[in-house]
Design a protein around this ligand. Structure first.
Ligand code: LMR
Length: 341
């Protein structure tokens, strides 16, 4: 090789990121690791605020070596696309509701959708932090997904444009549901017509009458402005809406160990914060809905609630085969161990 072409070769090498410089790390090694965290709810919800807290802690604990970009309100992906995007590595972190794992083939998560299966928040915490929660998370591994934490939203209410005091009042209505077969069975038990739809499309569907009503915790109802297009809501608290914070396994296991452990610590603290704010966010949202005067909130008496519990009771045995009789049995045993029956 002539001297001049050797010099040209070295110059070319030097231009791709300072490869021939000695001592200082190459420029590319200093680029932050980017975590795209996509979700479908408003920023001002338990999940939205939890994601922001994680971002803040993660960037602080890794001293800027990690940059977390939070994309709320389906701005990047809607429900179904976000799970595909995670598996493809286009985003690194999500927190889908537990009702959305069925189409991925992890039907056991639908156990959370069984009506009145989780009578108290304490019982939920017990299940999620115990062996049942752990076992559920490990089911994600075959899908290339790692579960990091359970996050809370709250208990769901029904809404529609007609008064809904008793279960028969939903008869014949088209009600939007998440992509869960358990929720489908729940709506059929009420003689309603379930319609699976992405969360980001619900407001418009309610506004235009594509669907007549829906179910969600107060915080989602309020922050999506569903109360502006629904005349009634009833505090049935018939089912739970929570989340699994998940990452792409390949991405997660490829992280330098010190970074991963800093992120685990950020997730632990963000999770504690998220759990602390969820209940109050929902209480505030209910108060704001009542104050708006747009939706009339129906508060059930104990007798009225008993009628909803009775109407929805058959759903549990109907869906046990799909969700997995083992996980349903384990939960029933756990309820007994927690002194709930
Ligand atoms: C819904 O689709 O109704 C909810 O799961 C949205 C969410 O993530 O809270």
């Amino acid at each position: 090789m002539k001297l001049s072409s050797l010099a040209r070769g070295l110059a070319a090498l030097a231009s791709v990121g300072g490869l021939v410089s000695i001592g200082a790390p190459p420029a590319w090694a200093q680029e932050p690791i980017v975590i795209k965290f996509s979700h479908v709810v408003a920023a001002d919800t338990p999940k939205g605020r939890g994601a922001e807290r994680f971002k803040q802690l993660a960037e602080q604990l890794t001293k800027g070596r990690v940059k977390v970009e939070v994309y709320p309100n389906s701005t990047l992906y809607k429900d179904k696309e976000e799970l595909e995007a995670l598996q493809l590595g286009s985003v690194q972190m999500l927190a889908p509701s537990l009702a959305k794992f069925g189409p991925l083939g992890v039907k056991e998560f639908e156990v959370f959708d069984i009506p009145y299966m989780f009578p108290t928040e304490a019982f939920l915490a017990r299940v999620e932090s115990g062996p049942i929660g752990h076992k559920l998370m490990t089911k994600l591994e075959t899908k290339g997904i790692t579960g990091l934490a359970f996050w809370d939203n709250g208990f769901k209410v029904f809404s529609a444009n007609r008064p809904i005091g008793s279960p028969g009042d939903l008869k014949g209505l088209k009600l939007r549901i998440q992509s869960s077969k358990v929720l489908e069975a729940q709506m059929r038990a009420l003689d309603a017509i379930p319609q699976v739809m992405a969360f980001g499309d619900v407001y418009q569907a309610l506004q235009t009458g594509v669907v007549d009503g829906t179910e969600n915790p107060w915080s989602n109802m309020y922050t999506q402005k569903m109360h502006e297009v629904q005349k009634y809501a009833v505090d049935t608290y018939h089912g739970y809406l929570g989340y699994a914070v998940i990452v792409n396994t390949k991405f997660w296991s490829g992280l330098p160990p010190d970074i991963r452990s800093a992120l685990e610590s950020a997730m632990k603290d963000a999770t504690q914060y998220e759990h602390e704010i969820a209940r109050k966010d929902n209480e505030d949202a209910m108060a704001a809905i009542e104050k708006s005067g747009r939706t009339k909130v129906i508060h059930l008496s104990a007798d009225q609630r008993a009628a909803w519990i009775k109407a929805l009771a058959p759903v549990r045995s109907e869906v046990a085969g799909r969700v997995g009789p083992d996980v349903v049995d384990e939960l029933v045993k756990e309820q007994a161990a927690a002194g709930l029956h």
